[in-house]
Design a protein around this ligand. Structure first.
Ligand code: ARG
Length: 254
C-alpha cells in the first residue's frame, strides 16, 4: 500500500468508528419517543419564545423518563394520527391528554389514569341562548378531530359538527362566528378562557362526563406499559407528580 492509501484507509476507519459511536442502538434505546398533538395547552404546547414543547404531559413524561433512565423526545403529531403512529412504531408512547376509552383500549395499552378530566363547552360571551348541552340541538359545534368532544357533539340531535385539526382552530371559529359552541376538555377550555379573557367567550353548562387520561403504548408492548405504570407510581410517591400538577393547575392534585 502506498502511503497515501494508508492515510485514506485509516481516515475511513476513524470515520466509521466515529459514526458507530454516536449513532447506533445504544443511544436511540435511551430515547423515548412521545407522540403528542402539541397545541393543547396546558397539557402540551410550544413555548412562544423558546419554541420548546411544554405542559403538564411533557413534564409528567420527563419525570417518568427520568425514573426509567430515558430521555424524552416529543413528536408533534395530529391527534387522529397518534394511534396509527403508535401502531406503526414511529412513536413509543402517546401522552396527549388522551382519554381512556373502550374503543381506544382495543387498539392500545393504557397506563393507569394520570389525570381526571371531563368535557365542557364554551360559547361567545354575549350568547344568552345556549346554557347547557341540551341547548346545542341543531347548533353549529366546533371540535377537534378524533376527540371525545367530537364524539359527544356528534350524538347531539341535528348538530352541525365541524371538525378542526386543533382545539385552537375550533376556538378561532367560535370567535369568527362560524360556530355557536366549542365542545372540548374542561381544563383546556379553562386555560383558553384565562388567556383570551372573559370578554371573548365563556364556559356554560355542567361538565358532561368524567374522563380520565392515560398514557398509551402499543398493544404488543406490555413490558413498556408496566415500566410506565411503575414510574407513575414512583413519581406519585416521591412528590414529583404533585409538584408538576401544582405548577400547571395552581392547586393540589384531587
Ligand atoms: N381528551 C380528549 C380525547 O382524548 C381530547 C384530547 C386532545 N389532545 C390533544 N393533545 N389535542 O379525545
Amino acid at each position: 500500500m502506498t502511503k497515501r492509501w494508508m492515510v485514506y484507509a485509516s481516515l475511513l476507519l476513524v470515520l466509521t468508528l466515529g459514526l458507530m459511536g454516536c449513532g447506533g442502538n445504544q443511544q436511540s434505546a435511551k430515547v423515548l419517543k412521545v407522540g403528542a398533538e402539541a397545541t393543547f395547552a396546558p397539557f402540551e404546547f410550544q413555548d412562544e419564545k423558546t419554541k420548546e414543547y411544554v405542559g403538564f404531559d411533557v413534564d409528567i413524561m420527563k419525570a417518568i423518563g427520568k425514573q426509567m433512565g430515558m430521555e424524552v423526545q416529543i413528536v408533534n403529531t395530529g391527534f387522529d394520527g397518534l394511534i396509527p403512529a403508535l401502531e406503526g412504531s414511529q412513536i413509543d408512547v402517546i401522552a396527549s391528554a388522551m382519554t381512556i376509552t373502550d374503543e381506544r383500549a382495543k387498539k392500545v395499552n393504557f397506563s393507569k389514569p394520570y389525570y381526571k378530566s371531563g368535557l365542557s363547552m364554551v360559547v361567545k360571551a354575549d350568547n344568552t341562548t345556549i346554557k347547557d348541552f341540551k341547548d346545542l340541538e341543531g347548533k353549529r359545534i366546533a371540535v377537534q378531530i378524533g376527540t371525545t368532544g367530537a364524539e359527544a357533539a356528534k350524538k347531539i340531535k341535528d348538530a352541525q359538527v365541524r371538525e378542526y385539526n386543533s382545539a385552537s382552530e375550533a376556538f378561532l371559529e367560535l370567535k369568527a362566528g362560524g360556530a355557536d359552541a366549542v365542545v372540548n376538555d374542561l381544563p383546556v377550555n379553562e386555560y383558553y378562557l384565562a388567556k383570551a379573557g372573559s370578554k371573548e367567550a365563556k364556559l356554560v353548562g355542567d361538565v358532561l362526563d368524567a374522563e380520565e387520561y392515560g398514557i398509551a403504548v402499543a398493544k404488543k408492548n406490555t413490558e413498556l406499559a408496566g415500566k410506565i405504570n411503575k414510574a407513575l407510581d414512583e413519581i406519585r410517591q416521591n412528590g414529583e407528580y404533585a409538584k408538576i400538577y401544582e405548577k400547571w393547575f395552581g392547586k393540589k392534585p384531587q
